[in-house]
Write a protein that binds this ligand. Structure first.
Ligand code: 6PG
Length: 242
């Protein structure tokens, strides 16, 4: 399936429009008394999205119909400025009324291998399965200039094809340990949304969306939904070479 690409004039307009769409999704789920399992990502564009949700939609969304997970997390305590959970808490969770039991952070402060197992078991408890693989209703992703997504970095394709739900990863430069959903789990989602802004992403985006041969083995290139949909939401700078 060809991915849908939507280009917005500015990061704010991208995040504002997607915030409205996310709230619409949550309201529809609430209307049929379903809860959505959403995996959040780290990164600057998700942070803008969370801030808009927290500042403008805190009262207008039935947050109790969402269970929040993460597509990846740095192996740091939640109070660390590096923590993806910490970023989401400051920008969104502290501004909305949501049952604490609906927020399933990755315990970055725990021993990584053990935490990957704990988190995989937790995901198993809360998700339906398709071909025995957990199904998230929505997974948000960013992309690095090197073509990484979540915390699957170039050359770590074993993390992509792993039969596990989560794996321990290591940032190739900082050597910071991470917990990441595997590519198999990500690709099984019903909706995959890449949120990408900034001029520095224009080149990698062109390589990936134009399916250049040199980019075909990059993790972000290998995000191809098994049965769901995929959409790239870009600002004009990130999409400037398309
Ligand atoms: C993380 C993210 C990572 C991020 C990209 C893009 O934990 O850092 O999951 O995959 O989405 O690095 O980050 P920016 O949008 O900030 O460039």
């Amino acid at each position: 399936m060809n991915p849908t690409v939507r280009i917005f004039p500015t990061p704010y307009e991208l995040a504002e429009k997607f915030a409205e769409e996310m709230v619409q999704m949550i309201k529809q789920a609430a209307g049929s008394n379903r809860t959505l399992k959403i995996a959040l990502s780290g990164g600057s564009t998700p942070e803008l999205l969370f801030s808009i949700l927290g500042d403008h939609f805190s009262k207008s969304s039935p947050w109790e119909y969402v269970h929040f997970f993460w597509s990846d997390e740095r192996c740091v305590p939640p109070v660390s400025p590096d923590s993806n959970f910490g970023m989401a808490f400051r920008s969104l969770f502290k501004k909305i009324k949501i049952p604490e039991g609906n927020i399933h952070r990755i315990y970055g402060e725990q021993e990584p291998a053990k935490e990957a197992i704990r988190y995989s078991d937790l995901i198993n408890q809360y998700t339906v399965k398709r071909e025995e693989v957990p199904v998230f209703d929505l997974i948000l992703l960013g992309i690095g200039e090197d073509g990484h997504t979540a915390s699957i970095f170039p050359g770590m394709n074993s993390l992509f094809d792993s039969e596990k739900i989560c794996e321990v990863s290591v940032h190739p430069v900082s050597h910071q340990k991470r917990i990441t959903l595997t590519g198999r789990t990500i690709n099984n989602a019903d909706r995959i949304k890449f949120l990408v802004t900034g001029k520095n992403k224009a080149s990698i985006l062109k390589r990936i969306l134009d399916r250049e041969k040199s980019a075909q083995n990059l993790p972000a290139s290998m995000i191809v939904p098994v049965d769901g949909s995929i959409e790239w939401l870009l600002d004009s700078e990130a999409g400037s070479l398309l």
